[in-house]
Write a protein that binds this ligand. Sequence first.
Ligand code: FAD
Length: 555
Amino acid sequence: MGEKIVVIGGVAAGASAATKARRTSEDAEIIVFERGSYVSFANCGLPYYVGGEIRERGQLFLVTPEMFRQRFNIEVKINHEVVSINRAEKYVEVVDQASGRSFREPYTKLVIATGGTPVRPPIPGINLPGVSTLWTVPDVDSIMDTIAARRVDSVAIVGGGFVGLETAEAFINRGVRVYIVEMLSQVMTPLDPEMAGIMSGHLQAQGAEVILGDGVARFLGRDRVEEVELASGRKIKADLAVVAVGVKPELKLVMDSGLALGETKGVLVNGKMQTSDPDIYAAGDIVESTHLLTGKKVRVPLAGPANKQGRVAGANAAGGNLEFEGVLGTMVVKVCDLTAAKTGLNEREAGEAGLDYFVSYTHNGDHAGYYPGAKPMVIKLLAEKGTGRVLGSQIVGYQGVDKRIDVLATAIYGKMNVKNLENLDLAYAPPYSSAKDPAIMAGFVAANVLRGEVEIMTGAQLLEARERGEDLQVVDVRTEEEFERGHIPGAKHIPVDSMRERAGELDPGKTTVVYCGVGYRSYLAYKILQARGFTKLKNFSGGFQSWLLVSGRSF
Ligand code: FAD
């Protein structure tokens, strides 16, 4: 006789757990309780349904209860809420929401995958019709019903995280005026500010207004939302408002049943996804995970970890022996035609972890410039000083960002250093990449730094040095035309091709920062000056393109 496995929650982690349990044991009895009306739906696809890329509502549903029964011999009970867990007698109390009937369902192994609920801050007017979250199928239905029933000229998106930005894109695609209201000073907090700034700039270029450093004070309207009043007093017209200010784990069952929480207030689990009760597993947005780089506990409410954790929990509940190692927080988000991605640590996280790191920026086309359609991409790389261990990367660009972030995530997982990046053997043909792939270029530059072949200075470091009043000579080595189009304030102009003749115009005793468009010509100038006895040299990382990022201008 196999295990009797009860799974609570039937979407990402729960559905993965149930089906993996079946693949692990044909004998197990498996039952899934889902309090909503849908199982295994594509919550990540909801913004694309609003935007019209996903045309059919039915495409959001990946597996139906009937398919669970037929293919997996798994009983799925939708509209059934588990209201308590009795650990001593090993049963869950379930309420059938249709009939109101409650009953006990015994288990030998339990998997809790109750996910998260979107935060709805107690802002006056938040319960007005037309103020919605975008988390569930009923949420998306109510948004689509509103769009069908009335004219929606403008929408306020509250929160500039990935759900907020994807929702913004959806409404931009529908030709609706979009306001994004973000209390913090940047959107997309997994990214460092200068990288997130590219996203804000792009949204503005698409006609959206990104309002930073201002929160929502009130939603206003008679029968439904009409306006949003901000803390600054400004009022925005809003025929719809979508609140996307984060998600909190759904922990009621866990806490009521006395299971241990970890330091981040996610469910404490071991590598087997076992909670403090060995017969109860947990997976998905409710658990805390180990960060693979820092070893610290973190909560990463994303679909990749949820599905993998569910798979591990389901296998182990059915008698298997799988392990979930941890997370790097790898993520990718598309906003209109721009993509941003991150893996590993950003600067804030590396600082908090007490790591001594350096940063490099590289700007490349996603594929060979001579093949039509190449688009720019910027890679920010964080590596540990001394060892060169790759600590993190953030990439923003139009094409091929997903591929490079996954290369770098794999590099971090494989504990590679920047010299290993130089040696990666990646696929190349002109439509896809360059002979020196952008990920490899990032490795070249960072490895040059690691070997001491070049010292670099980032835009943030230049601004700090100037604020400290350091006497720097900043030298622009680009062409006359490029210099005329824009340059770092106070820069002296000596084109690289004249540097050998004109090096005498510079003071070798001063800290000299050379820059060009993206960092290559200035590297040549650096070497020319180095050979002439300049010792306090810095190549400005990523060149004028990086300066544009820190000075808050466009990509
Ligand atoms: P969920 O998928 O939320 O499932 C939990 C389920 O448990 C819910 O259906 C809930 O009804 C049910 N439940 C809760 N309590 C009970 C109970 N007591 N009894 C019975 N059932 C219960 N992640 C990415 O990695 N990439 C993306 O692009 C991405 N985009 C997203 C876009 C949107 C709009 C949203 C909403 C999320 C997105 N995510 C994305 C996040 C991702 O969907 C979640 O991390 C993932 O779904 C979490 O899986 P989970 O199983 O833990 O929780």
